[in-house]
Design a protein around this ligand. Structure first.
Ligand code: KG4
Ligand code: ZN
Length: 359
């Protein structure tokens, strides 16, 4: 079964064709990073407009790369929740229109859940060339989903059958990386910039306080981000009223590197502590990390040191937002649930993973 997946929930317009949830036939991603760089973050209205401009050509390219016609496509899967409303609408309305026009079943998928499904893609045609893992994860599956908008720890008993163990109560971990990068004067997107600066820094230079929450699987990254801000203000000798955007001019490169390394170590340790605790409590058969922050090498290092099994992750092109994960999840959904009515499907910008279990 060949499914076209469409993704447009944030700042990537992406489409891909995946066969039977596992074989990647094409993968096209149009990133808006260049457009948003000058603003230091995603501007929702600009993102929505850009999606509308490129979503059609991105889908055509995905079909062409797979060497397929519309008649070869069995179904369409589209991210309908959660995300930026204008961005979600661009993809969802396109998916609905195409499903009606080409008479295809339409499967609406949850973006955060879809990130986990990037790990089920283990095969590819000659049209794509990604360093894919050789085997898919097995159930029960512990998933740490870490992106610019989400930080969730979920235990999947089977496809679509999972419990959300915990999640961030404020900022997502990727968002905290992005904000700390801004304070340190490092370029957007902040995650890779902080990770790069951290390579040359000393992670023990500063102790960044970590949040303690009642549920050991919940997270909070807003406090640690402010802790970095206060530590920098102390370091350069100004008080808490000093504007954060002027701080980086007073830091040497070596000070920037040390703050980047200290923040990264602390944020990653928070994620790994919770994952290790969940591993001990639930003894999953597989552990996967998903989302843009899964690209972080410190996270991969600490997880491999602290867990007795190999943690699985997709190649970076499938860790960040993409259409392949959407198509893969769409396939597994199609095995148990009926497609949605393309005339009525609406977007749900704030839908929690708690409310989506589909089996
Ligand atoms: O999954 P994604 O592409 O988009 C969302 O759904 O949010 O994740 C993007 C996030 C950004 O916050 C970016 O700074 C972060 O992933 N990121 C990283 C790294 N690469 C990307 N964070 C830490 N270390 C990295 N190497
Ligand atoms: Zn994402």
């Amino acid at each position: 079964m060949k499914i076209l997946g469409i993704e447009s929930s944030c700042d990537e317009t992406a489409a891909a064709v995946v066969e039977d949830g596992t074989t990647l036939l094409s993968n096209v991603i149009h990133s808006q990073i260049d457009i948003h760089t000058e603003y230091g973050g995603v501007v929702p209205e600009i993102a929505a407009r850009s999606h509308l401009e490129v979503v059609g050509p991105v889908i055509s390219k995905a079909l062409a790369q797979a060497n397929l016609e519309w008649s070869d496509i069995d179904a369409i899967a589209v991210t309908y929740a959660p995300g930026l409303i204008g961005s979600l609408l661009a993809g969802t309305l396109t998916g609905r229109g195409l499903a009606i026009l080409h008479k295809k079943p339409l499967y609406p998928v949850h973006h955060v859940e879809a990130h986990v499904y990037a790990n089920f893609i283990t095969d590819q045609s000659d049209a794509v060339n990604l360093p894919l893992p050789s085997s898919a994860p097995t159930f029960p599956l512990l998933a740490l989903i870490v992106s610019g908008n989400h930080t969730q720890l979920a235990l999947f008993k089977n496809h679509g059958d999972y419990v959300l163990l915990g999640q961030t109560q404020d900022d997502a971990v990727g968002e905290a990386f992005d904000k700390v990068a801004k304070i340190l004067g490092l370029p957007y997107p902040g995650g890779p910039s902080v990770a790069k600066a951290a390579l040359a820094g000393d992670s023990s230079a500063h102790t960044i306080a970590r949040a303690r929450l009642q549920n050991p699987y919940d997270f909070s990254f807003s406090g640690p981000k402010t802790a970095v801000l206060r530590a920098i203000q102390r370091e350069v000798g100004v008080d808490y009223t000093f504007p954060s955007h002027q701080l980086s001019q007073r830091l040497t490169q070596s000070q920037v590197n040390d703050f980047a390394a200290s923040f990264q170590f602390s944020a990653v340790k928070t994620l790994v502590d919770a994952t290790q605790k969940a591993y001990i409590e639930h003894s999953p058969a597989s552990v996967v990390i998903a989302g843009g922050v899964a690209a972080n090498t410190e996270l991969r290092k600490q997880l491999s040191e602290r867990l007795p099994i190999d943690v699985q992750y997709a190649p970076i092109q499938l860790c960040t937002d993409n259409g392949a994960m959407v198509a893969s999840l769409g396939y597994f959904q199609s095995q148990t649930v009926s497609p949605s009515d393309p005339y009525v499907l609406s977007t749900l910008p704030r839908l929690s993973m708690n409310d989506t279990t589909w089996v």
